[in-house]
Design a protein around this ligand. Sequence first.
Ligand SMILES: N[C@@H](CCC(=O)N[C@@H](CS)C(=O)NCC(=O)O)C(=O)O
Length: 330
Amino acid sequence: MGLLVDGQWQDKWYDTDKTGGKFERTTTTFRNWITPDGAPGPDGRSAVQAEAGRYHLYVSLACPWAHRTLIARKLKKLENVISLSIVDDHMGEEGWVFSERPGTIPDTVLGKRRLYEIYLEAEPRYTGRVTVPVLWDKKQGTIVNNESAELIRIFNTGFSAFADNSVDLTPAEHRAAIDAINERVYHTVNNGVYKAGFATTQEAYEEPFHALFETLDALEDRLSSQRYLVASHAPTEADWRLFTTLIRFDPVYHGHFKCNRRRIADYPALFDYMRELYQWPGVAETVNFDHIKGHYYWSHKTINPTGIVPLGPDQDLNRPHRRDSVPFGD
Ligand SMILES: N[C@@H](CCC(=O)N[C@@H](CS)C(=O)NCC(=O)O)C(=O)O
């Protein structure tokens, strides 16, 4: 685990000294869009044009942020359009690396062994964390974007000439509701588990812990009477963004990150909902519990010094999800 400073790799854990024990996520820096014709993106920032075979996605199967992009690529049927590499789940002193271990796919584009070398290829004097996901532009030889929230929007609309456009993860009529849910879920759930897990003072741990379970209780309420997070007839981006945290919750966040007031299995609606999403065509193939558990328990030596990976929990995720009778809410 480490970061690049002016192009030099430094093996360092997160520094929580300056923030009173709190984990603060840094913002990502490669933020260009891809649009069907190369016209600027939704916020006016510059874009490159969508092309089949031009872009390459680097992910970790352990990472919930990267997982969103894998799901969007799968649901939009972009697997033959955007190629893929998968890093080793063990993140050691060189950060994310490529290997031959099960479930990985080497760097077939640049032939690198470490992810930070790809960042350096894009920006030789890069300063910052070296995170997944990363979308690489083979034509311009640089990183287009390394922010998962934007990558899933790029996959949803940018590749309309090549994608399955019958699937829309952010339908216009639900956009405001999706954005509002994303905002709360990001701060208290997706990033909330990290804030609890990486905290280095009791206080810095407790605050996100309470916020997390307050949101999970509210989501349980909503999902008891509505099939998906917004009143749509199919899961939207908001559901997939929540899903990647839910699926890691009982195996990892409950124990490793001390988010243990309840398990997802203790919330009847959330647990059924999570299984429906898991059973959604194509999605189970994007979930790899060996990488998920192996990564967190092995890589975070300040939290789990022995590196022992727990064997449980036993979960039957293929059990019927019982969501068919829940109304869509419109
Ligand atoms: N804002 C980024 C966050 C990505 C992120 O933090 N990824 C983690 C893995 S789950 C990572 O690569 N961490 C390496 C590090 O921080 O050194 C996104 O959503 O794309």
